[in-house]
Write a protein that binds this ligand. Structure first.
Ligand SMILES: O=C(O)/C=C/C(=O)CC(=O)C(=O)O
Ligand SMILES: [Mg+2]
Length: 236
């Protein structure tokens, strides 16, 4: 009879043959950090976190260029949040800050699409943010950028335009909690697997989107991506 395995003993997965460059196709976890830029916390009227605040999106939240971002039927204030994504290259369970970057495969540009009116309601009622942050298409994602193309992820400029007008421009050096700190902190609570994605939080300038708006977002000197907003049609 097979004996029961403890959590630590289960942490030696078979080597994956899947290319991490297509992580969004794997059905991997999406971990989102919130209030990681002081000016964004301020514009939301929120206190600065003493420790990272994080929440999850389902893997069905991924959407790629060529497909629209859908405004949920229950939302009348859809917001953009441009964020640097960190793609895990190997399992991380309670890793130290010093070892954290060895677990990173690369980066991606992500949008943490937010039904802001729903989030306000959830905050008032003390409810989880799933309806506000986890709906289908709430995680537009760029191509994968291998780690060797970005020597220092804390020296990047990320930006977002709506219909050609600049809305967000942030320096990743302004994050409250660094990437090694986030990986170390999160991995002690949620084991991170190969292909998992961490959204590192939004800089200031989040704002409303209308149906048919065109979003363009980028990491300066690295990549850019475009998405269009459409309305979710309620079928049920
Ligand atoms: O503080 C709030 O009301 C809202 C915060 C967020 O939506 C958190 C994020 O997703 C973020 O900071 O990126
Ligand atoms: Mg966010």
């Amino acid at each position: 009879m097979q004996r029961q395995l403890g959590i630590r003993e289960r942490s030696a997965p078979m080597a994956s043959s899947r290319p991490v460059a297509r992580f969004w196709e794997w059905g991997r976890n999406i971990v989102c950090v919130g209030r990681n830029y002081a000016e964004h916390a301020k514009e939301m009227g929120s206190a600065l976190p003493a420790q990272p605040l994080f929440f999850l999106k389902p893997s069905s939240a991924y959407v790629r260029e060529g497909s629209p971002i859908l405004r949920p039927y229950y939302c009348s204030n859809l917001h953009h949040e441009v964020e640097l994504g960190v793609v895990m290259g190997k399992r991380a369970q309670a890793v130290s800050q010093e070892a954290a970057m060895e677990h990173v495969a690369g980066y991606a540009l992500c949008l943490d699409m937010t039904a802001r009116d729903t989030q306000e309601e959830c905050k008032k009622k003390g409810l989880p943010w799933t309806l506000a942050k986890g709906f289908s298409t709430s995680c537009p994602v760029s191509d994968f950028v291998p780690k060797n193309r970005i020597p220092d992820p804390h020296k990047l400029k990320i930006w977002l335009k709506v219909n050609g007008k600049l809305r967000q421009e942030g320096e990743t050096s302004s994050m409250i909690f660094s990437i090694p700190y986030l990986i170390s902190y999160i991995s002690e609570i949620v084991t991170l697997e190969e292909g998992d994605l961490i959204l590192t939080g939004s800089p200031k300038g989040v704002g409303s989107l209308e149906v048919n708006d065109e979003i363009e977002a980028g990491i300066s000197d690295v990549l850019s991506m475009r998405f269009k907003v459409a309305q979710q049609i309620r079928r049920a």
